[in-house]
Design a protein around this ligand. Structure first.
Ligand SMILES: *[C@@H]1O[C@H](CO)[C@@H](O)[C@H](O)[C@H]1NC(C)=O
Ligand SMILES: *[C@@H]1O[C@H](CO)[C@@H](O)[C@H](O)[C@H]1NC(C)=O
Ligand SMILES: *[C@@H]1O[C@H](CO)[C@@H](O)[C@H](O)[C@H]1NC(C)=O
Ligand SMILES: *[C@@H]1O[C@H](CO)[C@@H](O)[C@H](O)[C@H]1NC(C)=O
Ligand SMILES: *[C@@H]1O[C@H](CO)[C@@H](O)[C@H](O)[C@H]1NC(C)=O
Ligand SMILES: *[C@@H]1O[C@H](CO)[C@@H](O)[C@H](O)[C@H]1NC(C)=O
Ligand SMILES: *[C@@H]1O[C@H](CO)[C@@H](O)[C@H](O)[C@H]1NC(C)=O
Ligand SMILES: *[C@@H]1O[C@H](CO)[C@@H](O)[C@H](O)[C@H]1NC(C)=O
Ligand SMILES: *[C@@H]1O[C@H](CO)[C@@H](O)[C@H](O)[C@H]1NC(C)=O
Ligand SMILES: *[C@@H]1O[C@H](CO)[C@@H](O)[C@H](O)[C@H]1NC(C)=O
Ligand SMILES: *[C@@H]1O[C@H](CO)[C@@H](O)[C@H](O)[C@H]1NC(C)=O
Length: 835
């Protein structure tokens, strides 16, 4: 009986495994359909086959390709979380692998859903319709003799006629981005999205106007300008003004020239910055290479640099405070944890009670744009040449919310009064030569809110009563407001403090001031990453340290806490040690031991250093990484998945001992839990294929480790565009060479010692291949890898060479479009605490 049962189970197990293997085999060998860059009349496409991978920068977005040419894809771009899709153009370093970035869309304000269709009609109109047939958008080119559709090398979607003349082109229909070669002409504008996650038109625009040239403004009544620049081509009577994004420039702005491939784009961000992005192969990411307006107006010159009513001072945000008031304030931070979201009046300003309005004058402060704008053109009150008159004008006009008066300075022209009806950010001007006075309208606390609405005859009584009752009531109200607002803030702050104090105490908390001293005012920068910069410093006892200063909020908060939680409590010779951290106001800093030889990528991808890095050192580095990972996976009180193993995150000390660093993406897992389901994260090129099914176990780190080992042995990147096409993907090359029995061909040939040790290197390559098995249960655990490296165990002989290349991951994802749905069966993550 028992035997039969066992047999049954064994059979079932075999069946399931076969099915699984078979399934993954199909996934990996899936052929991607062909895409064309052109289309004929009478063609239509339905949004019913969303191809997808999700990326860290765009979690749960899908792409259904329609037209593809070089670095551009045109198709349906869907945000699965909202079920909303755009007919869009995206740019990507490789249309199959990495991050796609949205550069144009037809319907940003009215997204479509599943089953929406794009029809290129017989009479030459391109029409976007919802699944129910309702009209959304069209090019309005019906009857204009359109003969075809072409998606050009530049990423321009073109409708042309028989003479090959352009009838319509996407380059003329601006959204928030410009591509190289694209123009923004007179009367056109870029309009930023409402937020990073909301495609709709937001409030920032960049436009070319006749009178002012290039301008940037925020929507308000009237619009408030933060940048103006005359265009040289405006002065030429034979041409109309325009700006054009060219290789190396945008009119008088200079831009770092693009590397060979056309992989730059410019975007007006939802915070008003105009940034140029370039694909950097070395970082495998889109990096900002220019922030064009900032060099003119500074970080504080943006209308929402510190949100509404926020005062920007060297990138820090504060709320306005009247110099002579200390106990109470008219403004409070809108979001206690995010000073850059601005301030809110404690009592809303109401036109019904204008008798309680007063003006609060701020010292050493100006409105965000004072340096950019001259008063003559923007002031509605030119003739008011006195601060008091300017103030009076504001008090007498209900819609005025703030004003600024520029005193004449050194007898120069430019004095004047500026009133605004919506208050954006302010700037600290301490030490500045301009003499500006800024005042904000505030509502004084008033108990007698009912006074005005009462009939005349009862007023007398009310006034008498009011003066005593009102005083009492006013005090009560103020106290209530105070407790409500500050009490809650305090509670949240306390909880946060308690939480931080519970973090294991191996890491110390530093104050920002301490760290400023230790790093000599952040004077020596060691490096720069996605989340922040790293500076050199020295502890009081003389120990050298590296201080990582994180920028931004949200994701940074998460990654900072994750890092403190993960390595704050553990200590291992192959993990970089977190000495301390600082979470004070908006500052987020992490303090590590100093690793004098920098990161591994600098050694293995650099020809000169590679020559010095001999076989023994490489072997030791591989063993160090393996030990560090084995410790994380198996020896701590929690299991820890690192999830972002790559050479950039392996640091080397004086003696080339390797330590794993950067735990910003890591996950703590309960010991009895074997897998976790989490959004796709990590770095393309190092991601294991099972990310597609979101079945995340520690084996994803084993896979990334395999890639790193291979890179160390071959002295090149997994994806290396400088190689000929057939050798670009190291994993495909490895598969081929393994099948041909020619593994020695791919060993780093710049290093003699590596070639002399061919047999040993190939043995190590087999360890890497074992770790790279697509079928993740077949990969060894890290403790087994350590044993192999120490010579205690042998590599499995029966290896499957179908390693997954990045392109295949994308194809597999394409076929497996239901995969993302799995994410809804979330296993509880062991991480808790404020996120
Ligand atoms: C367009 O039509 C021509 C002939 O009329 C045909 O050869 C070509 O394959 C068509 N192109 C596409 C993308 O369907
Ligand atoms: C999508 O729609 C097209 C045209 O309506 C149809 O030919 C195709 O089979 C559909 N694809 C899927 C996956 O349903
Ligand atoms: C899309 O069309 C398919 C097949 O016609 C249908 O099953 C599905 O419910 C439709 N989806 C939506 C969102 O209308
Ligand atoms: C489409 O554009 C490309 C350049 O991007 C050009 O070489 C090609 O001739 C164009 N095709 C048509 C049909 O106009
Ligand atoms: C996106 O922004 C627009 C404009 O600000 C707003 O009306 C809309 O509600 C926002 N949509 C979402 C989903 O937040
Ligand atoms: C004006 O533009 C025309 C045509 O682009 C050019 O030939 C001419 O030199 C320009 N004149 C000046 C003063 O820049
Ligand atoms: C941009 O210009 C630089 C030098 O000025 C050149 O090396 C590079 O190839 C150009 N890029 C493109 C895309 O034309
Ligand atoms: C504070 O200063 C303002 C002028 O900026 C003045 O009107 C007000 O009376 C002062 N308040 C106190 C309590 O001194
Ligand atoms: C009141 O101020 C607003 C904004 O500054 C301005 O547009 C409007 O013309 C002013 N109204 C009067 C009556 O002055
Ligand atoms: C304004 O700044 C100057 C120095 O730049 C300082 O002397 C003065 O006290 C400041 N005024 C106020 C009110 O803070
Ligand atoms: C600014 O101008 C006012 C009026 O002219 C003058 O009273 C004040 O002293 C000036 N302040 C500075 C800092 O120059």
């Amino acid at each position: 009986m028992g035997k039969v049962e066992n047999l049954c189970w064994a059979f079932l197990f075999l069946l399931i495994t076969t099915l699984l293997i078979d399934n993954s085999f199909q996934l990996i060998n899936a052929q991607s359909p062909e895409y064309y860059p052109v289309a004929n009349l009478s063609t239509s496409w339905t949004n019913n086959d969303s191809v997808g991978t999700s990326y860290d920068s765009y979690p749960s977005h899908n792409l259904q390709r329609i037209l593809v040419r070089s670095n551009f894809v045109c198709g349906f771009w869907c945000d699965n979380s909202r079920g909303a899709c755009l007919f869009a153009i995206l740019i990507s370093a490789d249309t199959y692998i990495a991050d796609h970035r949205l550069v144009w869309s037809a319907n940003r304000d009215s997204p479509v859903g599943q089953n929406a269709t794009l029809r290129f009609t017989q009479n030459g109109d391109l029409i976007l319709e919802n699944g129910d047939g309702s009209f959304v958008w069209s090019t309005n080119t019906g009857g204009k003799s359109v003969s075809g559709l072409n998606f050009t090398e530049e990423g321009n979607l073109v409708l042309y006629d028989k003479n090959n003349e352009f009838v319509w082109q996407s380059f003329d229909q601006h959204t928030d981005s410009l591509l190289p070669g694209q123009k923004l002409g007179l009367g056109s504008k870029l309009t930023a999205s409402a937020s990073e996650s909301n495609w709709s038109r937001g409030s920032f625009s960049l436009a070319v106007q006749y009178a002012d040239g290039l301008v940037a403004y925020i929507e308000s009544d009237p619009p408030q300008y933060y940048f103006k620049q005359y265009l040289e081509n405006y002065l030429n009577a034979t041409t109309t003004p325009y700006i054009q994004f060219e290789n190396g420039s945008l009119n008088s702005f200079s831009i770092p020239p693009a590397s060979a491939a056309q992989l730059q784009f410019m975007k007006l961000e939802s915070d008003g910055h105009l940034k140029v992005y370039e694909w950097k192969e070395s970082d495998y990411n889109w990096m900002v290479v220019a922030d064009l307006l900032t060099s003119y107006i500074g970080d504080c010159g943006y209308p929402l640099a510190c949100g509404k009513y926020g005062i920007c001072s060297d990138g820090q945000c504060f709320c306005p405070k009247e110099a002579n008031r200390t106990a109470t304030s008219f403004f409070r931070q809108t979001n206690d944890r995010k000073p850059n979201q601005g301030c809110t009046p404690v009592i809303a300003i109401s036109c019904d009670h204008s008798q309680y309005h007063s003006l609060m004058e701020l010292h050493n402060t100006s409105y965000f744009n004072y340096g950019q704008l001259t008063y003559d053109e923007n002031s509605n009150l030119d003739d008011l040449t006195d601060l008091e008159d300017c103030k009076k004008a504001c008090l007498n006009n209900c819609s005025c919310r703030a004003g600024q008066f520029m005193h004449s300075w050194n007898n120069l022209k430019g004095r004047g009064c500026l009133l605004v009806s919506e208050v954006f950010s302010l700037v600290n001007t301490e030490g500045d030569l301009m003499n500006v006075s800024v005042f904000l309208k505030v509502q004084n606390p008033a108990a007698a809110t009912t006074l005005a609405s009462l009939p005349k005859k009862s007023r007398r009584v009310t006034i008498i009563l009011g003066s005593s009752l009102g005083a009492f009531f006013g005090v009560f109200l103020m106290a209530a407001i105070y407790f409500f607002i500050y009490g809650r803030e305090k509670e949240a702050k306390e909880l946060y403090e308690i939480y931080l104090n519970q973090v294991p105490v191996m890491a110390s908390r530093f104050s920002y001031e301490d760290l400023t001293t230790m790093t000599n005012d952040f004077s020596t920068k060691l490096g720069e990453g996605g989340f922040g910069s790293v500076f050199e410093g020295t502890l009081r006892n003389g120990t050298q340290i590296a201080v990582k200063r994180l920028h931004g909020l949200g994701q940074v908060e998460k990654s900072c806490l994750s890092e403190v939680e993960t390595i704050g409590g553990i200590h291992h010779v192959n993990l970089v040690r977190l000495i301390g951290f600082c979470m004070e106001r908006t500052f987020r800093l992490l303090v590590y031991e100093y690793m004098s030889n920098g990161s591994l990528d600098k050694w293995i991808f650099n020809k000169n250093k590679r020559v010095t890095l001999g076989w023994q050192s490489r072997k030791k580095i591989i063993l160090d990484i393996a030990k560090g990972l084995a410790y994380l996976h198996e020896e701590c009180s929690h299991k820890i998945f690192h999830l972002d193993i790559k050479p950039q995150n392996i640091l080397l000390d004086d003696n080339l001992n390797a330590r794993i660093s950067d735990f910003g993406l890591s996950k703590l897992i309960d010991k009895d839990q074997s897998q976790v389901i989490t959004a796709l994260r990590g770095t393309p090129g190092y991601l294991a294929p099972e990310w597609l099914t979101l079945n995340i176990t520690e084996k994803v780190d084993v896979y990334s480790f395999g890639v790193v080992v291979l890179e160390i042995l071959c002295g090149r990147k997994n994806l290396d565009r400088s190689q000929p096409e057939e050798e670009m993907h190291l994993l495909s090359l490895l598969k081929r060479k393994a099948e041909e029995g020619q593994l020695e061909d791919i060993i780093d040939e710049d290093n003699d010692e590596m070639r002399l040790q061919e047999a040993e290197v190939i043995k190590m390559m087999r360890v890497a291949m074992w770790c790279l098995q697509s079928d993740f249960p077949r990969r060894p655990s890290m403790s087994v890898v350590v044993k192999v490296l120490e010579g205690l165990v042998d590599v499995e002989t029966d290896l499957d060479y179908s390693f997954t290349t990045p392109r295949r991951i994308a194809d597999a994802a394409h076929k497996k479009d239901g995969a993302l749905g799995v994410a809804t069966q979330l296993l509880p993550s062991a991480l808790s605490g404020p996120r």
